[in-house]
Design a protein around this ligand. Structure first.
Ligand code: PLP
Length: 386
């Protein structure tokens, strides 16, 4: 299988696998127990926290390990809702984890905005100025469907100036893009399976400037911000995978991969001029292409046909696949629902090569040819029945 669905999840990197195995072999005891074996695991756990904090440019005590970004989004929105009566500006393109948490915990205290608005910072400033009841902003750093990147560094500055919290979902950013500016965020988060660690572990930064952001209650683990037995093996794997992912985010690596992606888009558009690449011409992650392919076939037909040829791709957000709904992100971009229904998401990882992109293009062209022939045959049959 040639895997092009990294925005849904990434395979385990060898370093994470080794770290997890070693930790589970040698250090499986509960880090919260009082005996000496636990004291040692606790010390190792805290060393991981220090290393991860160093990599992510924050203080160890600002980091909370938990199950992943969905838990974080719930924690942030619930904590903000409980902290007072203020409203929050939330981007329409947030992942369902944030979007639905905002709706669930804040209801009509949510003011939606489009992150692709021209002069976004001015738009947000005006909204804050016009309504003093707005007391926070939530916007992701990079979109999981289109790969479009948003000016989160500037939103962080705006929020700093206004003295309000900025909840930034950096799930698709960390491990893919350079981290400059992360130190300015009071709140960021990620799920470790997006960059090569196991599923079910992630982290959030909570600076404390705006009070605490509790995930679960019921125990004093994670500075009382996330109750539940701590999982040293998962955190050791997260730390190892993060180290590897960050070491790959060099300018040279990113530029090379951006070139492969752009060449793919360019050649695809030349060969299939009716293909619609969402967010084309906008700043985008080096790994993602969200494209509506021409013809009558729906995204699922393309996904199945590509799978038969040995390629795994997705359509939109993996979490909304089961819901079979039009992508909210494409709606916000003003994409026609029919075009949206033909859109597949291609997302590469660091180990995808130029040849993989080229092979994918050839296979898409081959399938398109087959679909067109099938269509012509079925039209001919209809004509002959008449
Ligand atoms: N936020 C973004 C931007 C994501 O891409 C995802 C996962 O796809 C999540 C949040 C939720 O992550 P998880 O399902 O690991 O909790």
């Amino acid at each position: 299988m040639i895997y092009f669905d990294y925005n849904a999840t990434a395979p385990l990197v060898e370093e994470a696998k080794q770290a997890w195995n070693k930790a589970y072999e040698e250090s499986w005891v509960n880090p919260g127990s009082p005996h000496q074996a636990s004291v040692e695991v606790r010390a190792k756990f805290e060393r991981c926290r220090e290393r991860v904090a160093e990599l992510l440019m924050c203080a160890p005590e600002e980091l909370v390990f938990l199950s992943g970004a969905t838990e974080v989004c719930n924690a942030w929105m619930r904590s903000f809702a409980k902290s007072g009566e203020k409203k929050i500006l939330v981007s329409k393109q947030e992942h369902a984890a944030m979007h639905e948490s905002a709706q669930e915990y804040l209801g009509d205290r949510v003011v939606w905005f489009s992150p692709v608005a021209e002069n976004l910072i001015e738009v947000l400033s005006e909204k804050l100025h016009a309504d003093p009841e707005i007391g926070a902003i939530s916007m992701m750093a990079a979109n999981n469907e289109t790969g479009m990147v948003f000016p989160w560094q500037e939103v962080a500055i705006l929020c700093r100036e206004r003295g309000i919290p900025f909840y930034c979902d950096t799930c698709q950013w960390i491990g893919k893009q350079p981290l400059a500016g992360l130190e300015e965020l009071d709140f960021f988060c990620t799920s470790a399976h997006k960059f090569g660690a196991p599923k079910g572990v992630g982290l959030m930064k909570v600076s404390g400037r705006f009070g605490t952001t509790k995930s679960f209650v019921g125990g004093s683990q994670e500075h009382s911000l996330r109750a539940g037995t701590q999982d040293y093996a998962n955190v050791a794997a997260l730390s190892a995978a993060l180290e590897v992912a960050i070491s790959r985010t060099t300018t040279e690596n990113i530029n090379t991969r951006l070139k492969w992606r752009d060449e793919f888009v360019e050649k695809l558009s030349q060969r299939l001029p009716q293909a619609v690449v969402h967010g084309r011409g906008k700043a985008c992650l080096w790994n993602t292409v969200f494209v509506a392919l021409p013809g009558r076939q729906k995204a699922i037909d393309w996904v199945d046909a590509l799978w038969k040829e040995g390629f795994a791709v997705g359509f939109g957000s993996a979490c909304s696949t089961a819901k079979n709904k039009t992508s909210r992100v494409l709606e916000d971009l003003g994409v026609d629902p029919e075009i949206a229904s033909r859109s597949i998401r291609i997302s590469a990882g660091w180990d995808r090569s130029k040849f993989d992109w080229e092979a994918l293009l050839e296979v898409i062209l081959k399938i398109h040819q087959k679909f067109s022939e099938d269509q012509t045959d079925s039209l001919t049959e209809v004509v002959s029945i008449d």
